[in-house]
Design a protein around this ligand. Structure first.
Ligand SMILES: Cc1cc2nc3c(=O)[nH]c(=O)nc-3n(C[C@H](O)[C@H](O)[C@H](O)COP(=O)(O)OP(=O)(O)OC[C@H]3O[C@@H](n4cnc5c(N)ncnc54)[C@H](O)[C@@H]3O)c2cc1C
Length: 301
C-alpha cells in the first residue's frame, strides 16, 4: 500500500493527518491500537476527494464518527481512518433539520428543542454523531432514527455526491443500506413536527435521567454489547445466567446493567472479545439463544 503517496496527497491538499494514531483516544470504550494514518477532513469536498484518492491507491479506509459503537483491535487499523467530526454544520428550515455527519446527536436534539421541534427526544443521550446514528439506525425508548429521517446526502465510491430518500435506506433494527454499500454519509435531514418546548424538554430530561440511573455511564463502554434477540432482552438473559460482574482482564459485564460490557480497568480489545464470547456461549448453552454483537469490531484480526 502506497501510504507515502497518500501522505503527499494530504500535504498538498492541506488535510491534517497523523501517523500511528492510537484509536483508544477516539473510542468511547477507550480501547484500540494505532490507525496507520488518521486524517481529519474539513469539508465534504475534501472528504469526497480523499475517498477517490484512497480508492485509486487501493488503500482501505474506515469512516469514524464519535467512535461510540466500536471495538477496535489492539493491533490497530490497517490503512486510513477518516475523522468526520469537523463536518459540523447544522441548519433549520421549518420542520426540517439538516446536520452534517459530524454533528453530535445531542446538538441536533438541542437545536430541535430551541426550535420547538419534536421527534428526536429519544436520541438525547445517545453519544454518537449524526452519520453514525443513521448508519446504525440508532434507537432508544421506542424511538428510532428511521422514524425521523427524511433524506441524506452521501459520497459514492467514485467520489460523486448523491442524495438518498429515507424509504430507499433499508432501515431496520440497527441496520441500514450504508452498512452494505460503500456510501459515506455527509449530512442527514430530519423531518420533525412542531411541538411544545416544555414538553420536549421534559421528555429529553426524562430519557437522560433514565440513562443515568440504569446505565454504567461512569465507565467507558460502547453501549449495548449485543443486539436484542427476537423475543428476549440481551441484558435480562445475561443477568439470568449470573454473569453480572463477570470479568476477563480489565473487561467486565456491568454489575449495573448486564447489557453493557465496561472497560473497568485498562481493558484490551482481546479482554472484551473473550468476555463477549464467554457471555454468548453461556447464554446459548443454557437458553439456546444466540447473541449477536451490536458493537462493531474494527481493525486487524
Ligand atoms: C453509553 C452509551 C450508550 C449508548 N446508547 C445507545 C442507544 O440507546 N441506542 C443506540 O442505538 N445506540 C447506543 N449507543 C451506541 C452508539 O452511540 C450509537 O450506535 C451511535 O449511533 C454511533 O454513532 P458514532 O458517531 O459514535 O459512530 P461510530 O461508532 O464512530 O461508527 C459506527 C459505524 O458507523 C459508521 N459511520 C460513522 N459515520 C459514518 C458516515 N458519515 N458515513 C458512513 N458510515 C459512517 C462507522 O464506519 C461505523 O461502522 C450507545 C453507546 C454508548 C457508549
Amino acid at each position: 500500500m502506497d501510504f507515502k503517496a497518500f501522505e503527499e496527497y494530504c500535504k498538498t491538499q492541506k488535510i491534517e493527518y497523523r501517523l500511528n494514531e492510537p484509536m483508544n483516544l477516539h473510542t468511547s470504550f477507550k480501547i484500540g491500537g494505532p490507525a496507520d494514518i488518521f486524517v481529519s477532513v474539513c469539508s465534504k469536498e475534501q472528504l469526497a476527494n480523499a475517498i477517490l484518492k484512497l480508492n485509486e491507491l487501493e488503500i482501505p479506509y474506515f469512516i469514524l464518527g464519535k467512535g461510540s459503537n466500536l471495538l477496535v483491535s489492539d493491533k490497530g487499523i490497517e490503512g486510513v481512518v477518516i475523522n468526520t467530526l469537523n463536518l459540523n454544520d447544522i441548519s433549520v428550515d421549518g420542520e426540517y433539520v439538516t446536520a452534517q455527519t459530524g454533528v453530535s446527536l445531542a446538538s441536533v436534539c438541542v437545536t430541535a428543542l430551541e426550535n420547538s421541534l419534536s421527534g428526536l427526544e429519544f436520541a438525547f443521550g445517545i453519544p454518537g454523531a449524526v452519520g453514525g446514528a443513521l448508519y446504525m439506525n440508532a434507537g432508544a425508548y421506542g424511538g428510532e432514527i428511521s422514524q425521523v429521517v427524511a433524506s441524506a446526502e452521501y459520497i459514492y465510491k467514485d467520489g460523486s455526491i448523491k442524495q438518498i430518500k429515507a424509504e430507499d435506506m433499508c432501515l431496520g433494527y440497527r441496520t441500514s443500506i450504508f452498512k452494505d454499500k460503500e456510501m459515506v454519509i455527509t449530512s442527514v435531514t430530519f423531518k420533525l413536527t412542531k411541538g411544545e418546548k416544555l414538553q420536549i424538554k421534559a421528555a429529553m430530561d426524562d430519557f437522560l435521567l433514565r440513562r443515568k440511573t440504569k446505565q454504567p455511564l461512569e465507565y467507558p463502554s460502547a453501549g449495548s454489547t449485543f443486539k436484542r434477540p427476537e423475543g428476549h432482552f440481551a441484558g435480562a438473559l445475561i443477568e439470568k445466567n449470573n454473569l453480572k460482574g463477570a470479568s476477563i482482564g480489565g473487561a467486565m459485564v456491568s454489575p449495573k446493567h448486564a447489557g453493557f460490557i465496561i472497560n473497568y480497568k485498562n481493558a484490551t480489545c482481546s479482554d472484551v472479545w473473550a468476555l463477549m464470547q464467554k457471555v454468548s456461549d453461556t447464554v446459548y448453552l443454557n437458553d439456546g439463544v444466540k447473541l449477536c454483537p451490536e458493537v462493531i469490531f474494527v481493525g486487524r484480526e
